[in-house]
Write a new protein. Structure first.
Lengths: 326, 325, 348
């Protein structure tokens, strides 16, 4: 059985200006030890998908439809207390900005020990020992001394390592990582990527890596799902999606990555802006920016075409997309 | 950090000097103090003699320099009524006021912080709105009327607590304090509660605003993602963050608490320096009024200074910046 | 839609509203002059004009924002309560069974009567009892309400005027003048208002005019600081540069552009400040350094009855206290709503 199975997830935001369908019918599943790259521009609904899994969507947002099955158990059916006992224990999350995620006025020790003791009845000393071990695992030098420090005494990269250590503390089965390396500089980014990959492999933890950067997940993820305007427009095994993108949006993202084995070629660029989520076009949401858009694209939204297990796309002109990209 | 503290100290000295000027010209120049010192039917020669004895016949600037010179030696004159040195008199009344203000401060935190945090947590629900409306009443209730009502309810009708006076005192470190004896504490509860009410509303509003802001921060969401209980998030993660501004404001308000104790002490016949001030105003005991003002200013300055130090100790971020500088 | 009206001053509704506000303002001023000077229309008519003018001013202030202002039942209750108390204060002369300031009407024989009792020849019922001098408490409350309200409104308005002049001058002049003025403001604000007022009253002695002066001195710095803050942020905006570029004289920029932008925060602050001033005035009167004994405010009424409270004659202090609480709470709640309505920056 898969660790996580999301079916037709709908998360809407009920604002004064109307309903924003931030996540509108997202489905995917994830096996133990598998890494899924969830790729999309900002505002595409990828982060909201991540928060929906942990049931941490802030008002006015609300999960209004679909199922999130964790080991076959629908998370929407759990009581708040049961959900809380899952969070940080069996499902953990890493946030985007390491400067903001740690409480500035509490010591690292407090923030790590409370995360352990929220789920296990063990002594402070035992929780502290586990915190030291985990900090060492994510590459923090002299962890025992660093426990007494406050977050501001760490660099950005170190803080994100601490946040990752907190996520790993209770040996979760699933980690949702919401752009955890975006705020860091490139060298630290690649270090952390490599370490996280190794840790996930080692422990068999399933990982959802949310990012706007296709290049980041290229070397990390087993499978990729590309989100656009609240929907998954293409998903499949990483090599296949990268080698033969079916959706013109995926192709556009690939074309804008430098150095993708195409020295001397011009980088392409997706024209236009990400659409406003409160005023989506009638047909395919990508149509206004798509070179291949036809009348059909503007009038009717494409359905998912399945091409294999966990593999498919939403496009009226799939093959043409591939031709344009290559 | 040292530079910062030294600069604050210089500012404080400046305020003290400015206040000396204001107090001197305010209290000593309005009206003629001789009129109250001697009987109305005194002969011009007698008036002349008294004027000379107190130095009132000398030019203003000489009088002022004398006043400053004496003040620097801790001498602010002798009380006309009590015959004691004014500073000594005020100092003997001060502990009663300070312990009252302190207990009032503790009450206002104990009442205001939980209410405010809860109101911030339930900001859009009826609970939050009800607390906010209640805090408006807390702002609006005149101090002396609250005191009277409390006396009427708890002392006259229910007979749970004594109405006025100070009760037993215990000598601690050479000071006579009520706060350490159970009988004295009973006498303190009503006045301290009266004094605390206004500040409790202030704390409630501060705590609510702080909580609302803190709840939107990523660290709260991350704490939720860790599976921490809402109670712990509110009363550890949020509270520790909002306590810094609350303590700053309250520390600064300790001075106004001492000032407002004037009204409360009058209602409860609490023998503190506020009551002494009102009595001195009615008897026109100017040296005591001056001594009260100067000592209060000194207290304000010390409080402002202490708040800065405490602030630095509470906020690890400020502490590090200070060390770096 | 109201925003559109705001931007285009030529459209008719806006013009009408502006005329309405001027007429209302003039009516209020005229009525006050007639009442204080004792000339022109009879007092009753002047009072009616005053009340209508005040209500019209409030209506102009809130135009297009009623829905936001009246969100929730407490806003209705507070507004109704405030309106009622203002009506009572304005028409105190007509409504009171007795003139409590006219010592000839008082009879010491009627002193300390409980609520509901009558006077000697049964021509007068004391619904809320009498105080030690035989003064009807109800009449005392109505007149006291008028004293408390007019003292604090007068003090607040004059203090606001001084504060606005100082604040705008500081912001406009800048440099050393600004630094000196603001140091003075900071210095004064670092001392609790009650202490400053207490000292001033101790020096001045009792009196209506004296307490107004003391309350002005206590408050002006507060307005100066606020106005200077708003004016500073306004002077940095482009339209002021544009106005300066056009060569407009300084007074036109100040009165035409700076001042109008400072008004919404000022209205909010002054509303709350009137409530604070009422409390401060009543505290001073309670301490015996406020209004004269012959013209008691609510605070003095409470103080007079205080001595009898513990012996069970609660009505002398209790009812004036309830009136004081009602007026202060009503003003504070209306002020709270005004802040949310007029100050979009403070709302979420």
């Amino acid at each position: 059985m898969s660790v996580l199975d999301i079916r037709d997830l709908q998360t809407h935001f009920f604002t004064d200006d109307g309903v924003v369908k931030a996540v509108d019918g997202v489905s995917f599943s994830l096996d133990a030890g598998e890494v899924l790259g969830l790729v999309g521009e900002s505002g595409s609904g990828k982060s909201v998908t991540g928060f929906s899994i942990l049931r941490l969507v802030d008002p006015p947002g609300r999960v209004v439809g679909g199922e999130i099955l964790f080991h076959g158990q629908d998370l929407a059916q759990l009581s708040n207390r049961e959900m809380r006992s899952l969070r940080g224990n069996r499902i953990a999350m890493i946030f985007q900005d390491p400067m903001m995620t740690l409480n500035p006025v509490l010591r690292i020790e407090t923030q790590m020990v409370e995360a352990v003791r929220a789920h296990e009845r063990i002594s402070h000393a035992a929780a502290r020992d586990r915190a030291i071990t985990t900090l060492a695992k994510v590459g923090i030098p002299s962890p025992a001394e660093r426990l007494a420090a406050y977050p501001h005494q760490f660099s950005g990269g170190m803080r994100q390592r601490v946040a990752i250590a907190i996520a790993l503390l209770n040996g979760p089965e699933l980690i949702v990582a919401d752009e955890p390396t975006t705020a860091l500089d490139v060298t630290i980014q690649s270090q952390i990527l490599a370490e996280v990959q190794e840790l996930a492999r080692e422990t068999g933890t399933a990982l959802i890596w949310i990012t706007h950067d296709l290049a980041v997940v290229a070397g990390l993820a087993d499978r990729i799902s590309v989100m656009y305007a609240g929907r998954i427009v293409e998903s499949g095994p990483t090599e296949q999606v990268l080698a033969a993108p079916q959706h013109p949006y995926t192709a556009g993202l690939l074309g804008s990555i430098p150095g993708h084995g195409r020295r001397g070629e011009r980088l392409t660029q997706i024209p236009g802006m990400a659409p406003s989520m409160s005023r989506l076009p009638a047909g395919c949401a990508f149509a206004p920016r798509c070179d291949l858009a036809s009348e059909m694209c503007r009038s009717t939204a494409p359905m998912v075409t399945e091409t294999g297990a966990g593999q498919g796309y939403r496009c009226h002109h799939p093959n043409a997309a591939q031709k344009v990209a290559t | 950090m040292l530079v910062f503290l030294l600069r604050r100290l210089a500012q404080s000295v400046f305020v003290l000097i400015a206040m000396m000027v204001v107090v001197f010209f305010g209290v000593y120049m309005i009206g003629n103090p001789v009129d109250i010192l001697i009987s109305p039917d005194a002969t011009p020669a007698e008036i002349e003699e008294t004027m000379a004895r107190f130095g009132f016949d000398q030019p203003v600037y000489i009088q002022f320099l004398k006043f400053v010179g004496n003040a620097l030696q801790g001498d602010l004159g002798r009380s006309f009524v009590h015959g004691e040195p004014a500073v000594q008199l005020i100092l003997s009344y001060m502990p009663a006021t300070l312990e009252l203000a302190l207990l009032g401060l503790i009450f206002s935190i104990a009442i205001g912080v939980p209410l405010g945090v809860y109101a911030g947590y339930k900001a859009d629900r009826w609970q939050g709105r009800a607390i906010m409306t209640g805090s408006i009443f807390g702002f609006s209730l005149p101090n002396f009327w609250v005191g009277m009502l409390l006396i009427l309810i708890f002392a006259v009708e229910l007979r749970w607590l004594p109405s006025t006076g100070r009760g037993e005192t215990v000598e601690v470190l050479g000071l006579r304090l009520s706060i350490f004896s159970s009988n004295g504490l009973q006498y303190m509860i009503l006045p301290a509660l009266t004094l605390a009410l206004y500040k409790a509303s202030l704390v409630t509003r501060l705590a609510r605003a702080g909580t609302q802001e803190a709840l939107m921060q990523d660290y709260v969401k991350f704490a939720r993602a860790k599976g921490i209980s809402e109670t712990r998030i509110l009363f550890v993660h949020v509270l520790k963050n909002i306590m810094i501004p609350i303590i700053t404001v309250l520390g600064l308000e300790l001075g106004s608490m001492i000032a407002f104790a004037v009204v409360t002490e009058t209602v409860f016949a609490w023998p503190g320096m506020g009551k002494l001030l009102i009595d001195s105003i009615t008897t026109l005991d100017r040296p005591v009024i001056v001594a009260y003002l100067m000592l209060t200013v000194l207290i304000f300055i010390i409080i402002n200074f202490a708040v800065d130090v405490i602030y630095t100790l509470l906020d690890p971020r400020v502490r590090v910046k200070g060390e770096a500088a | 839609m109201s925003a559109d009206i705001h931007i285009a001053p030529t459209t008719d509704p806006a013009k009408l509203w502006r005329i309405a506000s001027r007429v209302a303002g003039l009516a209020v001023v005229a009525a006050l002059v007639m009442l204080l000077g004792g000339v022109g229309l009879p007092p009753l008519w002047s009072r009616i004009i005053l009340l209508v003018g005040l209500v019209a001013l409030a209506a102009v202030l809130l135009r297009g924002k009623y829905a936001k202002f009246f969100s929730g039942p407490s806003a209705y209750v507070a507004t109704a309560c405030l309106l009622l108390l203002i009506v009572l204060a304005i028409f105190a002369t007509e409504l009171s069974p007795q003139n409590p300031y006219d010592l000839r009407q008082l009879d010491i024989m009627d002193g300390r009567q409980p609520p509901g009792s009558t006077n000697f020849d049964r021509t007068l019922t004391f619904h809320l009892g009498t105080d030690e001098q035989g003064r009807d408490i109800l009449s005392g409350i109505l007149y006291g309400l008028r004293v408390s309200l007019s003292v604090s409104i007068a003090a607040t308005l004059i203090a606001m005027l001084i504060g606005v002049v100082v604040g705008i001058y500081a912001a406009w002049a800048g440099g050393r003048i600004e630094a000196i003025l603001m140091r003075i403001v900071d210095f004064q604000l670092s001392f609790p208002s009650i202490l400053v007022a207490l000292m001033l009253m101790a020096a001045f002695g009792r009196g209506l005019d004296k307490i107004v002066i003391a309350l002005i001195i206590v408050q002006w710095a507060y307005y100066a600081r606020t106005v200077r803050g708003t004016a500073l942020s306004e002077t940095r905006k482009e339209y002021i540069d544009a106005a300066r570029g056009l060569g407009l004289p300084a007074w036109r920029i100040v009165f035409g552009h700076l001042l109008p932008n400072c008004i919404p925060p000022l209205i909010v602050i002054s509303t709350v400040q009137v409530a604070n001033t009422i409390v401060l005035e009543s505290s001073l009167s309670f301490l015996g350094v406020g209004v004269p004994i012959t013209q008691p405010s609510l605070g003095l009424l409470i103080a007079n009855g205080y001595g009898y409270m513990l012996s069970g004659q609660y009505w002398m202090s209790m009812y004036p206290g309830v009136a004081l609480l009602a007026i202060v709470a009503a003003i504070n709640m209306v002020g709270d709503r005004l802040r949310d309505t007029l100050n979009p920056r403070l709302t979420r």
